[in-house]
Write a protein that binds this ligand. Structure first.
Ligand SMILES: [Zn+2]
Length: 404
């Protein structure tokens, strides 16, 4: 026994190195850096652990603790740390064994390649991606693809490099602010309509430059990327006036804790909500668990020098409109707010359980908010609620108040 304890001591002291990571402060969304130990590391000098392996771009090798690029080491430590917290959250707080059936994840930081489901990585110079993150489903190169491109990969999470974008450039292209008059003159549904029109058109300009020419390779559309980035644009659409918005947009996804929780949630939920493309319902699920874990008033709040993205608001009281169903509004916080209604009504633990269970009644293809999502939540209540008849009625009334 003594020998065992001694051995454990030696083993743990081998890995007792500490790393700098970014965390939110206890009672605010302000951030600070702190020194932490990383759990479950299996390598003495690289970010290779029992559950996560952090690599640089397309590399197969895990990042060294001593890499001379200290930004890269910071991102590796930060993603490793928050992914470990997320895994623990799902095991202990949500009380599911799902993390146990997830294979060891390869986590790529600073990767700008598009994901290619036939070859893992698209060619380097094909439409490089920034300011975004995505979860990638496991896959394999089909045998008809010419030699030299064969690859087999498990589920992965990709964090893209940050890129500073001058927002005035595209705002100027939008012409004079069309919203001011609309907002002051019209009733709710039309305001929503106008807001969404503008939002969709802004998103297209920034993220789908070649959309109209038929290219839909953009992984924002095809894969469940972190749509937190487009929060910036939604903020802009509320007051589409250069005076009200940040001059620069950037999002260093590997350094925003909730983005990391969001991507891990996609992996956990993918037993039913397959990662193939992004929908408002799919993003709402990942946002809900990111928010539940972050436990702050707002999610994806700004991080000095790292993110100017607009936060999402679980307490958003916006009523339902059919526009919320459009795939390109997957960045909205509407579904998150509907799920937060469940939490307000039934309490934290019950809502966590109910929403996690609801995924079983959904799939990525058929996931409308007004029909599939609400039905799945009510059906899930039959499985997990203490008094399903009473609790379903309470939920139903909440949803009615949302305008469904
Ligand atoms: Zn997502």
């Amino acid at each position: 026994m003594k020998l065992l304890i001694f051995t454990l001591f030696i083993v743990s002291s081998l890995h007792a190195e500490t790393f700098r990571v970014l965390v939110r402060q206890d009672h605010s969304t302000n951030t600070t850096y702190k020194e932490v130990e990383l759990p479950d590391l299996e390598s003495p000098d690289t970010f290779d652990g029992k559950y996560f392996r952090i690599v640089n771009g397309k590399s197969r090798e895990s990042i060294s603790f001593h890499d001379e690029n200290r930004e890269l080491v910071l991102k590796a430590a930060n993603t490793y740390y928050h992914l470990s917290l997320a895994r623990e959250f799902w095991l202990s707080k949500i009380g599911t064994e799902r993390p146990l059936s997830v294979p060891k994840l390869t986590v790529r930081v600073d990767i700008s390649n598009l994901f290619d489901d036939q070859g893992h990585f698209a060619h380097d110079n094909r439409d490089p991606q920034f300011n975004n993150a995505l979860s990638v489903p496991a896959g394999q190169t089909p045998d008809w693809v010419p030699e030299g491109r064969e690859d087999v990969w498990g589920p992965e999470i990709w964090f893209r490099p940050k890129k500073v974008i001058d927002t005035r450039v595209f705002l100027n292209e939008m012409g004079p602010n069309p919203l001011t008059q609309v907002l002051t003159a019209l009733e709710h549904p039309l305001i929503n309509y106008a807001q969404n029109q503008l939002q969709v058109s802004m998103i297209e300009r920034l993220f789908y430059p070649s959309y109209s020419s038929g290219s839909i390779q953009n992984d924002l559309l095809r894969f469940a990327g972190t749509i937190a980035l487009t929060r910036f644009l939604i903020g802009a659409s509320r007051k589409a006036d250069p005076l009200f918005i940040e001059k620069w947009f950037y999002l260093d996804t590997a350094m925003v804790p909730e983005v990391i929780y969001h991507e891990y949630a996609h992996i956990i939920l993918s037993d039913y909500l397959r990662i193939s493309h992004s929908t408002p319902v799919l993003e709402g699920f990942a946002d809900y668990f990111a928010a539940a874990m972050a436990n702050k008033r707002k999610v994806y709040a700004k991080v000095p020098g790292r993110s100017t993205s607009q936060p999402k608001d679980p307490y958003n009281k916006k009523p339902y409109s059919h526009w919320s169903e459009a795939n390109r509004t997957a960045s909205s916080d509407f579904v998150l707010a509907v799920m937060w209604d469940v939490r307000e009504e039934l309490g934290e633990d019950m809502a966590n359980k109910l929403i996690f269970q609801a995924r079983k009644y959904l799939n990525t293809e058929s996931a409308t908010i007004s029909d599939h999502l609400l039905r799945s939540l009510l059906r899930s209540c039959e499985d997990v609620c203490e008094e399903p008849r009473r609790d379903k009625l309470r939920l139903f009334e909440r949803f009615s108040a949302r305008g469904f």
